[in-house]
Design a protein around this ligand. Sequence first.
Ligand code: 13P
Length: 341
Amino acid sequence: MPLVSMRQLLDEAAKGGYGVGAFNVNNMEQIQAIMEAARETKSPVIVQASRGARQYSQDKYLYHLMLAANELYPEIPLVLHLDHGNSVETCKSAIELGFTSVMMDGSLMPDGKTPSSFDYNVQATREVVAMAHPKGVTVEGEIGCLGGIEDGHGAGLDGLSHLTDPAQAAEFVKLTGLDALAIAIGTSHGAYKFAKKPTGETLKMDRLIEIHKLLPQTHLVMHGSSSVPKDLQDIINQYGGKLKPTWGVPVEEIQLGIKNGVRKINVDTDNRLAITGAIRKVFFEKPEEFDPRSYLKPAREAMKKVVALRMTQFGQAGHAEDYAPLPLSVMAARYEQKRAA
Ligand code: 13P
């Protein structure tokens, strides 16, 4: 089966009342970990790559690794999504390469740092929708600004300074015609999200519920959704790391989000922690080792465990074979029908 439209995966998730994790990758081992977790749990999959990941992998390595994954795991519906596209050009190059879904993050200017105006965001996102939908490619947009910095992208703000305004979100969806909407509710990219377990003051689930009430048909996206589990922090610190105490987004809050329109959940940091902890452990316990496989294998296994657990917790487990993936041309025809209606 070819790489699949993200819109189809999210529509199916909405029907089934579950969420789908979107896991970031930079290399082969991360893709392998996700695909093994998907096979074990029978999950549909969104693999996402940031601009930094595309640079790191020279685009082509990443794309061909995804084709290999698709060939080796034919039973798994598999999406390749661009995370935080900073400009129309970046989204265009991803679509040309073969991404089946793109995020136009017009909440920031193309420098990926400066918060933009509403009008700029609408215009850039509309442009990407106009370019992507005729090809059947899905578009995610963002309104409000997430906290922190992801792979060099982000205003570096705290999670609460540019929360999504619900009325503006509704206007944004109407004006852009996008497929999925990332909202800012207090989460941040990276390990340091909250200084203590989040409360309603720091993680604004009420606001998410308000947005869902205004936009019941829109697939919501939670970025910065790593839970930063203490056991993964502890392994790193036990073997020489120096992480400061920190809290992520509790899984039960994500599950509450899923009950209220969240269909895509972005996770990167938890996997980075799992990989780093496993590698540190080998370096510490077997300093005589120098075959990279001696630490990359346990690293891959540690990431697989985290991904499989999240797939089960988000509810996507067991849904890989619910539906036949549609070709992008069918998705394109659907968008055209809707536009003409
Ligand atoms: P985390 O840093 O919480 O894993 O978030 C990743 C993310 O939102 C990617 O866009």
